[in-house]
Ligand binder design. Structure first.
Ligand SMILES: Nc1ncnc2c1ncn2[C@@H]1O[C@H](COP(=O)(O)OP(=O)(O)OP(=O)(O)O)[C@@H](O)[C@H]1O
Ligand SMILES: [Mg+2]
Length: 465
């Protein structure tokens, strides 16, 4: 276990003890501020933060218990506390006491002290208590940090953008989060539909309940119904057990129906009923289940067009399209590109441990020109690759390869770029074929004119599932 060093305020009116304990703590590697005066201690506590406050109880100016009471009072109501909230930077407290005053020690514990030491004690005993107190203090600091980070993420929902269009998307997501209304998120592939769906759930009153995602395109038609509504044993060949459906799992929370445009007309009618009645029957079951949840659906298809083509039920469309959120493609909000680039650079530099300071301005201009058919996902992939390929602190055109961006000055590493471009095209082609085939591999392979075995190879290569 690594040695944990902390800042300690040590208070004892008996100079000899003060010196001895101070020395021992310093030898153990801690930063120690010591004082024999309770007044001075009070002043110090108001001026700066400590990890640990060790105080003797019986002192002439003020008792240790009084000091503790004042300190706890000043940090819990926010007065004199540094930082954001109650107990924000409050030190752990350890009281030293002679046998006769153990009652005050217990009083101190009630006030929130970490522990007490009964005099006389061995130095080792002190060191153990100190280490445990500092451990706890470190956990508390980390926990607080995580909380603040989480709050920050909720504030921005992890959605980066500077454009008016994204501002409106965020605003609408915020407003709808407060309701339980059904939301339909539309946008091209990679525009951030799932990100927005999660943001809505995370902001809602149901955020502690589950968000259950169903990718309607990835599940074969024959299984989707039981996936959504569950089944009982023997409901169909192969139904060996009873299984809860996603609707039941999401009860109380949110169900996210991704790629809703790929759902068959039959299943669409069943879904319509759940949306209308909030009830359904698991496959093969005689009972009806009721659910209380929010539905968020997403699609990159034009559902209105599908309705006119007879491929999507009109009633279902209106049931889903209660609160529409349309995310524009990245090429229609190019102002978002620089902050996104910045965000992804930082994210992937951190992830890979690279020291990347910035991106060459010419390169950024190129990125802003490009049309990004794969939208934010493609931009992120491009930046991730660039971070991996960049040795120095500045990302230059050598590390950037974007499909179709015929940048004349991009001369570096042509073969590498070619390969990456080909890989990107392959991966996107497969993704789209799968999507168009409603997730059925056989059909996707046929669409691309390759064998199913070849498709399996590519799926493994690009880790697509
Ligand atoms: N505005 C944004 N800020 C930060 N990251 C974003 C933003 N938009 C998208 N991303 C990131 O881009 C990737 C793709 O986003 P997401 O999966 O939400 O897209 P999608 O619209 O659901 O795509 P598809 O239709 O292909 O499923 C994710 O990693 C997401 O975190
Ligand atoms: Mg998605």
């Amino acid at each position: 276990m690594p040695k944990l060093r902390g800042s300690i305020l040590l208070v004892d009116d008996e100079e000899k003890i003060l010196k001895a304990l101070g020395r021992a703590l310093r030898e153990a590697g801690h930063e120690v501020v010591e004082t024999a005066s309770a007044r001075q201690a009070q002043k110090l506590l108001g001026e700066r933060t400590f990890d640990l406050f060790i105080v003797d109880n019986v002192m002439p100016e003020k008792s240790g218990l009084e000091l503790i009471r004042e300190y706890v009072g000043s940090t819990s109501d926010g007065r004199g506390a540094v930082g954001l909230g109650p107990s924000e930077d409050r030190a752990q407290i350890v009281m030293m006491t002679a046998h006769a005053t153990v009652e005050s020690a217990i009083e101190a514990m009630k006030l929130g002290a970490f522990d007490y030491l009964q005099k006389p004690f061995e130095i080792d005993e002190l060191l153990v208590v100190v280490r445990r107190a500092l451990d706890l203090q470190r956990l508390r600091t980390e926990y607080r940090y995580l909380l603040s980070e989480r709050d920050e993420q909720f504030d921005h929902y992890g959605i980066i953008g500077a454009s008016r269009a994204m501002g409106e998307v965020i605003q609408r997501a915020e407003l709808v989060a407060e309701t339980k209304s059904t939301v339909l998120i539309t946008g091209e592939t990679g525009t951030g539909k799932e990100l927005v769906a999660r943001a809505i759930h995370d902001r809602s009153a149901q955020r502690d309940m589950p968000l259950i995602k169903v990718n309607c395109a990835a599940i074969p038609e024959t299984l989707l119904e039981s996936e959504l509504f569950g089944h009982v044993r023997g409901a169909f060949t192969g139904a060996v057990g009873t299984k809860k459906g996603k609707f039941a799992l999401a009860d109380g929370g949110t169900i996210f129906l991704d790629e809703i445009g790929t759902m068959s007309l039959t299943l669409q009618s069943k879904l319509l009923r759940v949306l209308q009645e909030r009830e359904f029957e698991p496959l093969g079951a005689e009972r009806t289940e009721r659910v209380d949840l929010r539905v968020i659906a997403a699609t990159n298809r034009d559902l209105r067009q599908m309705v006119s083509d007879g491929k999507f039920q009109e009633d279902l469309f209106y049931r889903l399209n209660v609160i529409p959120i349309a995310i524009p493609p990245l090429r229609e909000r190019r102002e978002d590109i620089p902050p996104l680039v910045e965000h992804f650079l930082r994210k992937h530099a951190q992830r890979t441990g690279r020291r990347i300071e910035r991106i060459d301005e010419g390169v950024l201009a190129d990125l802003q020109q490009y049309d990004w058919p794969g939208n934010v996902r493609e931009l992120e992939n491009t930046i991730e690759r660039a971070v991996v390929l960049t040795p120095g602190p500045v990302v230059t055109s050598r590390a950037i390869s974007i499909v179709g961006a015929a940048s004349p000055q991009a001369t570096g590493l042509p073969s590498l770029k070619l390969r990456q471009n080909i890989e990107w095209v392959e991966r996107e082609t497969i993704r789209r074929a799968l999507e168009n085939a409603g997730g059925v591999k056989k059909d996707a392979a046929e669409l691309m004119g390759i064998s199913q075995r070849a498709l399996s190879y590519y799926l493994a290569k690009y880790r697509i599932d």
